[in-house]
Design a protein around this ligand. Structure first.
Ligand code: GTP
Ligand code: MN
Ligand code: MN
Ligand code: MN
Ligand code: MN
Ligand code: MN
Length: 194
């Protein structure tokens, strides 16, 4: 589905559109894979009920709740704990110009590694959606191995709506992965997908 970026205020003034809010939770880490590859950052996505990767979050009703409180409600359902998201965490809003009239609002929120681990645990032990709408949270491998393992292979999977673009632009803008490394991984993923 094709999306274009739109200002948040303009998106909220649209009549007859549904609004979805999703968030990329991430944290810095000192952990090393195989004791030698520094992971640097942990980034969370989820495996959805439909077999597609996406971010935690969901539909909100802007006439009844703010985007941020609607997103927090969805996070309670999908992650089993309260995670406050503020207007400053807004990253982008995108308008679909084919298919259903939907605005996808995207947020990014930095947490500590301990907070992020708590959310991962709660997603299994406390979230009402676990095993139903959400099959599990997943960490995104951000490193690239020689055989296209890691980030390129992850990007070759199937993603819901524009969540793959949301992931790529957030990684670039927040400087979690360099522009160069993102482009290289996307190129390899495209080859795997063929
Ligand atoms: P229900 O509780 O069943 O209503 O689901 P939900 O509120 O959790 O909705 P969901 O998370 O599926 O998001 C609503 C719509 O937004 C979906 O129909 C998807 O098309 C779209 N969507 C889902 N996840 C993402 C995502 O990570 N990014 C973007 N851009 N869109 C998403
Ligand atoms: Mn092992
Ligand atoms: Mn939901
Ligand atoms: Mn959801
Ligand atoms: Mn919902
Ligand atoms: Mn639901």
């Amino acid at each position: 589905m094709a999306y274009r970026e739109i200002a948040k205020e303009q998106a909220l003034s649209l009549v007859g559109h549904k609004h979805a809010c999703h968030v990329m939770l991430y944290a810095a880490t000192d952990a090393k894979l195989f004791g030698r590859i520094p992971l640097k950052h942990i980034v969370l996505m989820q495996m959805r009920f439909d077999g597609l990767l996406g971010f935690p979050g969901g539909l909100v009703n802007p006439s009844k709740e703010s985007l941020e409180s609607g997103l927090s409600r969805e996070l309670r359902e999908e992650l089993g704990m309260a995670i406050d998201v503020s207007p400053e965490d807004h990253f982008s809003s995108s308008l679909s110009h084919s298919g259903p009239k939907l605005v996808a609002h995207f947020f990014t929120k930095k947490m500590t590694e301990a907070e992020l681990r708590e959310a991962e645990a709660a997603a299994v032990t406390k979230a009402t959606d676990h095993g139903l709408e959400v099959m599990g949270m997943v960490r995104v491998p951000l490193f690239s191995m020689k055989n296209d393992g890691g980030f390129p292979s992850f990007l070759s999977h199937s993603f819901i709506s524009n969540s793959r673009s949301q992931l790529l632009s957030a990684l670039r803008v927040l400087e979690l992965v360099s522009q160069e490394d993102v482009e290289a991984a996307v190129g390899k993923a495209d080859k795997i997908r063929q």
